[in-house]
Design a binder for this molecule. Structure first.
Ligand SMILES: [Zn+2]
Length: 264
């Protein structure tokens, strides 16, 4: 009986891999070759390859469906705590602008770091989702920026910044916003003042979550700024002209603790 079950599961896995290969478009690889291939399945933000189907698209995406600590979440009644403050050592400098087909990233040069309780993580890239992925007491924002950092042990820490609509252009965000005409396959460049893009108030909501895109890997430390940054209506329009609707819906909290830093 067990052998039969295993056989059926393998059969189902092979079927999924065939579908995944087909979804990539034009792949002629056999299912077994597909399993070993470095290119995972294509995914989208809507339709048959959208968020509710990510877990079925590729054998490496199962956490998207089966995970218990997924991101984003709705932030409701977080527990106030005096937590170690994040220390940002960011410098202005040249960044490479990459349109990956899901968002547009500003890829940082070396040397920008986030330090929390003595653990140093290096800034890799910043990208956007519009509208926001996290919601705060049910409220969705115009956009959400993700500053992605990696520690020496490989652990990811993502700092999220909510974007609200203000009356004036935000000069600190202008170089990135103005680079969003970069098309897929043709990298751009911009001079980014990373530190100036963060809100002055550095209090954050914190919890343990995941990547918000396939493969939805868990173990990601989340720091979501409690204070949004204001961009003008015209600047937000430049963001949504690049991608509109590239957000994953909120996921179940599953008993996770969500804290908010109360220390100045
Ligand atoms: Zn993101």
């Amino acid at each position: 009986m067990k052998d039969t079950t295993k056989f059926l599961r393998l059969g189902a896995l092979a079927a999924v891999l065939v579908l995944a290969a087909a979804a990539c478009g034009g792949s002629t690889a056999s299912p077994s070759a597909s399993a070993a291939a470095s290119t995972p399945a294509h995914w989208t933000y809507e339709g048959e390859e959208g968020p509710t189907h990510w877990g079925e698209l590729d054998a490496t995406y199962t956490a998207c469906a089966d995970g218990s600590a997924q991101t984003p979440i709705d932030i409701v009644k977080p527990t106030g705590k005096d937590l170690p403050n994040p220390e940002f050592t960011y410098a202005a400098g040249a960044a490479t602008i990459v349109n990956n087909g899901h968002t547009i990233q500003a890829v940082a040069a070396d040397g920008n770091t986030l330090t929390v309780a003595g653990v140093v993580s290096t800034l890799l890239q910043m990208h956007f989702h519009a509208p926001s992925e996290h919601t705060i007491a049910g409220k969705q924002f115009a956009a959400e920026m993700h500053f992605v950092h990696k520690a020496a042990d490989g652990a990811l820490s993502v700092v999220g910044v909510m974007i609200s609509e203000g009356t004036a252009d935000n000069a600190a965000w202008a170089p990135f916003v103005d680079s969003l005409t970069t098309v897929k396959g043709t990298d751009g460049s911009a001079t980014i003042d990373w530190a100036a893009m963060l809100p002055a108030e550095k209090l954050t909501y914190r919890y343990e979550g995941s990547l918000t895109t396939p493969p939805c890997t868990e173990g990601v430390h989340w720091f979501l700024m409690t204070t949004p940054v204001a961009l003008s209506k015209a600047q937000i329009a430049k963001i949504t002209a690049a991608y509109d609707g590239n957000f994953r819906p909120v996921q179940a909290l599953n008993g996770r603790e969500v804290d908010v830093d109360t220390s100045k």
